[in-house]
Unconditional design. Structure first.
Length: 191
């Protein structure tokens, strides 16, 4: 049980897939202007990452390894992720139209989100079993979502903050993302 708790804390805070491994920056910077949109994206990433981890693990264990096709890992995982994102996109379009519209182009970007693919590759590289894969992918997605929502909350304040012209827009966003990453690196001292 302690192993799972450490894995969860590690994936959320210490080895945050976004802030420590720098995977998934494009949707992070693009969707994080409003907290509501960031929350929707975070839930979509949790859903996709957990399902992608399960499906990728099953693909690895029951298709790629038995048939000695390990070299197709990246392609197979990308296909699994793309199919899952299409499913999420169709579901959101029907069930949650305002969120679907708010996410816009960034929802299909989950397909190319390095964080989702990175989590699947980390799971295989660390030889996690199915339960550890689910726990790790869920915790990684929660860590990604936490960073996304924190950043969105800060960016909402930029609209009313007196920011020098040289730092406005993308510049202050990148500086802030770097500072958040540094703050999460402080958790490394706790391990």
């Amino acid at each position: 049980m302690n192993e799972y708790i450490l894995m969860i804390i590690g994936a959320i805070f210490v080895n945050n897939i976004l802030l420590a491994k720098f995977l998934g920056n494009c949707p992070f910077l693009g969707v994080s202007k409003k907290v509501d949109t960031a929350m929707g994206m975070a839930f979509a990433v949790v859903f996709v990452m957990v399902l992608a981890a399960v499906m990728s693990w099953l693909t690895w264990e029951y298709l790629l390894v038995p048939f000695n096709l390990q070299y197709l890992r990246t392609i197979a995982f990308i296909l699994v992720i793309a199919a899952l994102v299409q499913f999420v996109e169709m579901f959101m379009k029907k069930a949650l139209p305002p969120l679907y519209k708010a996410l816009g182009i960034f929802l299909p970007l989950i397909t190319t989100n390095c964080a989702v693919l990175g989590a699947c590759v980390i799971i295989i590289d660390n030889e996690y079993d199915l339960v550890k894969s689910i726990v790790f992918s869920f915790a990684s997605a929660v860590g990604y979502g936490l960073a996304l929502v924190l950043f969105a909350g800060i960016r909402e304040r930029f609209e009313t903050a007196p920011i020098p012209k040289a730092f406005s827009g993308t510049a202050i966003g990148l500086v802030t993302a770097g500072l958040i990453a540094l703050s999460f690196m402080g958790f490394l001292g706790m391990v």
